[in-house]
Design a protein around this ligand. Structure first.
Ligand code: FES
Length: 201
């Protein structure tokens, strides 16, 4: 959990570094080990299966405003508990400054094709990789923090791209499209599975 993490999350151009929370990898990794050798030779390795497996995350202790980063398929996935104030600010900021406010570009599953780009308005779930050249943007929930009128969002330190708290890209920045929403589903009020949804299960 990393409420104030710009320093921790600043980009290392050679290798992306990000905080990884404790998670549970789901899936029958052990099954491969039981296969006969010639079959195992063309099956994906246990390591590859584990890397691609969905990840279960308990968000019960994620406070409003806080952000959690987990790893899925080698990528940082952010889970942000949007506070009521943040949601109000997002609504108030309008859409004039956004390039694709209605998520016309397919950067999200159908259930996240809405203004808040989420299943549950309280939780924003995004792949934390800038759609320009792949840096990891910094979470900047501080109102007015990046520029006057800043409603909170994400700022990419590499070339200055900006995204709002729904991961929607600003106009006039290098990033061409919104941040990507991975497939996910909630299996309870506080447990989410990243990498699996009703369509992929
Ligand atoms: S990689 Fe983010 S602005 Fe270039």
């Amino acid at each position: 959990m990393d409420k104030d993490e710009p320093n921790e999350e600043s980009i290392d151009h050679g290798r992306r570094r990000f905080l990884v929370a404790a998670t549970t990898v789901i899936g029958g990794v052990g099954v491969v080990g039981a296969a006969v050798p010639f079959v195992a030779s063309w099956l994906p390795s246990a390591k590859a299966q584990a890397a691609a497996a969905p990840v279960e995350v308990d968000v019960s202790r994620l406070e409003p405003g806080a952000k959690l980063t987990v790893e899925w398929r080698g990528k940082p996935v952010w889970i942000i508990h949007r506070s009521k104030a943040a949601l109000a600010e997002l609504k108030k900021s309008g859409t004039e400054h956004l390039r694709d406010p209605n998520s016309e570009v397919a950067q999200q599953p159908a259930y996240a094709s809405n203004p808040l780009r989420s299943l549950n308005p309280n939780y924003l779930i995004l792949i934390g990789i800038c759609t320009h050249l792949g840096c990891v943007p910094i979470y900047r929930p501080d109102i007015g923090g990046v520029e006057p009128g800043w409603p909170g969002g994400f700022f990419c330190p590499c070339h200055g791209s900006k995204f709002d708290l729904a991961g929607r890209v600003y106009k006039g920045v290098p990033a061409p499209i919104n941040l990507e929403v991975p497939p996910y589903k909630f299996i309870s009020d506080s447990v989410v599975i990243i990498g699996e949804d009703a369509e992929t299960a």
